[in-house]
Design a protein around this ligand. Structure first.
Ligand code: ADP
Ligand code: ZN
Length: 736
């Protein structure tokens, strides 16, 4: 039997007989919705939390090791005991664990609290280079030369180049001297190439002084560091100097040798915010979606190696491998970009609380328009409530509502005469204006002039937008592009009509009214290129732009002293959505946008154009009064038992086959009907990216029992054969 084996194989077979290691791994497999590990075997011990390659359903896939135990049993017996043929680990990918025990436990917690597979939680927490499905190492390596000693017979030119090389010189630098001679030196063995992982070279910047805090700011600072509550909520109006308080707090915790994380919403990680932090701290990690995979990996490593102690980043930076976290700041804590909209659908605040408990750290939530949930907790005393009531310049902008339903005939509903007049004054004073319209493109609706059919995306069931510059129709959900049809697809008559207006149309209109002014637009259509965002804002900051038009992207975080006018168009458009949260979202957006006006010495004005000016969200913005809004909105939430008076769980089914979706829905309804939580009738949602969708909503005051119920339903559902894919959203921010 052993005749044809080589020595290592013989040793392996012998070791088979005296035992082996059982390796539990979590397998990456998109179609797999399970939350338990699979067992493989290995003859060698493998450390926990490294990636391995395994064969799963006859395909080689990546996996993460969660456990390794030695068993003193023969292979054949083991397979008999298990009832299946145990497979070997094919290859170990990492030399050391890619994740710590703390983060692995966090992944477990995340998986439980968001009802999503552990492996998708792990993948979401790790930078792409370290994800389990990344089985071929793509870490960037840098090549250097090592100089060998020896008796080499150099020509004079070769000697000259050899002498000028220093140990560890970058190969690319060395080759600049002479490619051919370097190749000769390699052939002679005089120099030798070696590779190391690329490392991040920090930029250095000049450090400026910290501003002295005002009395109001100073008391916030002191209260944060001295409270024994874990969470503080800073309710501070726009321009009240919240950012300055963050920077002072960061300095304080850094001095204590602790790490500080400042979380910012995706959109407000503006170049301005970055430069303000860079001005105060010599070495900061910025962690956000504009980084390349390699950059993210390098920054991840720097946090792990305790290289840098202050991180400013978006949502995913909550998962960085901190060592000694002292403070987590959540800037604009109400912002919906803090909730991830695909699996695992976590909210960053919950993860922040979890990590703060682990590290004994503090959490500072801050906003000019706090989430109803946070403000309620603060009023109840669960969080410490801190306020900054005054702007640094002591002036709030003056707000005016323009009622479009009462407009005169010759007035425009895009740029009203009133807004036009104020823009004129603003421009003649050499000040700057921001115009917000939360809709990009030229026209959001295209209809047939004869039969009235609205053109929709065939993959998504939503109206197509007209984009004039490219002369196309575009779906804003899936980005699919359509040629403009000559004839109506329904009645085959010609003559399409464009309804409504987007930012591009406003740009055209304003340029027509103010041909001399420098006008620019900022929305997803023109800042998709890396750095485009910064370029426009830099030019705005240098006053090369007079009027900046944009979507919600320009509503947040911008601090430009010369902006004295903010115009908000179609301000009540968001209120048309039949969503429980739409009043709050509209209020937040309008308050944030208003907050861009009059931040320095000059008085600021805000003009808001709307049809529904009597709505309490608009009235509250007019008064610049959060509490007024809070009281009315909470009353509504109480009557309807919407959050924060309860918790909602959305179970979403999606499928490309409508029949299977229907049958899956009935099966799911059978399962949920046994639960005691309140349930809404299942409803169909518009098709999205070729997927038919429907959902069930469950509502309960008690989150823990709701989670338990839904987890058991989902587990049962996943046992069923041939059903649609399912996704769970706990406390969804939108219900479409
Ligand atoms: P917020 O984040 O609350 O909107 P900022 O932190 O952007 O407010 O502050 C508004 C403006 O006031 C900024 O230009 C900032 O530099 C300035 N500022 C903040 N705190 C102080 C201070 N203590 N002294 C002088 N200027 C300050
Ligand atoms: Zn589409």
């Amino acid at each position: 039997m052993l005749k044809n084996c080589n020595i290592t194989e013989i040793i392996q077979i012998l070791r088979h007989n005296i035992g082996m290691y059982l390796i539990e791994v979590y397998v990456t497999n998109a179609s797999l919705n399970v939350n338990y590990p699979f067992t493989y075997y290995s003859l060698d011990e493998i450390s926990k939390y490294v990636r391995v390659k395994v064969s799963f359903h006859n395909k080689i896939t990546g996996a993460i090791v969660s456990n390794c135990t030695f068993v003193d049993i023969e292979y054949e017996d083991l397979c008999k005991e298990k009832g299946y043929k145990l497979l070997p680990i094919i290859e170990v990918i990492d030399n050391e664990p890619i994740i710590s025990e703390e983060l692995f436990d966090l992944a477990f917690w995340l998986s439980k609290t968001t009802i999503s597979p552990l492996i998708s939680c792990l993948n979401c927490m790790l930078p792409k280079v370290l994800k389990a499905k990344q089985i071929d190492s793509n870490v960037k390596m840098v090549k250097h030369f090592h100089k060998n000693e020896g008796d080499f017979k150099f020509t004079s030119k070769q000697k000259e180049i050899y002498d000028s090389l220093y140990e560890g010189i970058l190969c690319s630098d060395a080759r600049k001297l002479s490619t051919s001679i370097i190749s000769k030196l390699i052939n002679m063995g005089a120099i030798e190439e070696y590779s190391v992982e690329a490392e991040y070279t920090p930029e250095t910047s000049d450090i400026t002084c910290f501003k002295d805090l005002t009395n109001e700011q100073d008391s916030v600072f002191n209260n944060v560091i001295s409270t024994d509550k874990m969470v503080s909520l800073l309710f501070g109006v726009t321009g009240s100097g919240k950012t300055e308080v963050y920077l002072h707090l960061a300095r304080y915790y850094l001095k204590q040798g602790k790490e500080v994380l400042i979380l910012v919403p995706e959109i407000s990680l503006t170049p301005q915010m970055i430069s303000r932090v860079k001005e105060r701290f010599s070495d900061v990690i910025f962690y956000h979606s504009e980084l390349s995979d390699q950059e993210r990996y390098e920054q991840y490593k720097r946090v792990k190696e305790n290289d840098v102690k202050i991180v400013v980043g978006t949502r995913s930076s909550i998962f960085l491998p901190f060592n000694n976290l002292g403070l987590i700041i959540v800037d604009e804590e109400h912002d919906s970009s803090y909730k991830q909209d695909n699996i695992p659908m976590y909210h960053v605040k919950n993860v922040a609380f979890k990590r703060a408990i682990t590290f004994g750290a503090k959490v500072l939530l801050a906003s000019a328009t706090p989430s109803l949930d946070s403000y309620t907790h603060a009023l109840k005393g669960d969080y410490q409530l801190l306020t900054l009531k005054n702007r640094i310049n002591l002036k709030l902008p003056e707000v005016e509502l323009i009622d479009l339903s009462k407009q005169k005939r010759n007035d425009s509903y895009i740029v009203s005469n009133r807004l036009k007049d104020e823009l004129e004054i603003c421009l003649s004073n050499h000040k700057q204006a921001i115009i917000l319209l939360n809709r990009r493109g030229y026209s959001p609706i295209v209809k047939c002039g004869s039969c009235g059919t609205t053109l929709t995306c065939s993959d998504c069931d939503i109206p197509l937008s007209y984009h004039k510059d490219q002369n196309i129709l575009k779906c804003h959900q899936c980005s699919r592009v359509y040629k403009i049809p000559k004839y109506c697809p329904n009645c085959h008559e010609n003559g399409l009509v464009f309804y409504g207006f987007g930012t591009k149309r406003v740009e055209e209109e304003l340029q027509r009214i103010f041909p001399e002014a420098s006008i620019e637009r900022m929305d997803r259509d023109n800042v998709s290129k890396k750095g485009a965002h910064k370029q426009i804002l830099d030019r705005f900051g240098n006053h090369e732009i007079d009027i900046l038009i944009g979507t919600q992207m320009i509503a947040k975080g911008l601090d430009y002293p010369d902006v004295t006018l903010v115009g908000i168009l179609n301000a009540d458009a968001g209120l048309m959505h039949q969503d429980y949260n739409s009043a709050k979202l509209t209020f937040d957006l309008l308050m944030q946008a208003s907050g861009r006006s009059g931040r320095a010495n000059a008085e600021g004005k805000v003009l808001i154009q709307a049809f529904n000016v009597d709505h309490y969200a608009l009235k509250a913005v007019l008064k610049q009064d959060y509490e007024y809004f809070y009281n009315i909105e909470m009353n509504y939430r109480n009557k309807t038992s919407y959050p924060p008076y309860s918790h909602i769980v959305e179970i979403l089914l999606t499928d490309v086959y409508p029949d299977r979706l229907n049958s899956s829905l009935s099966k799911l309804v059978n399962l949920t009907s046994e639960l005691k939580s309140k349930q809404y009738k299942p409803c169909e949602l518009p098709k999205l990216k070729k997927n038919y969708r429907c959902r069930i909503l469950l509502i309960d005051k008690d989150l823990i029992s709701l989670l338990n119920d839904v987890t058991s339903v989902i587990n049962k559902y996943l046992q069923l054969k041939n059903v649609s894919s399912v996704k769970v959203d706990i406390d969804p921010l939108f219900l479409e």
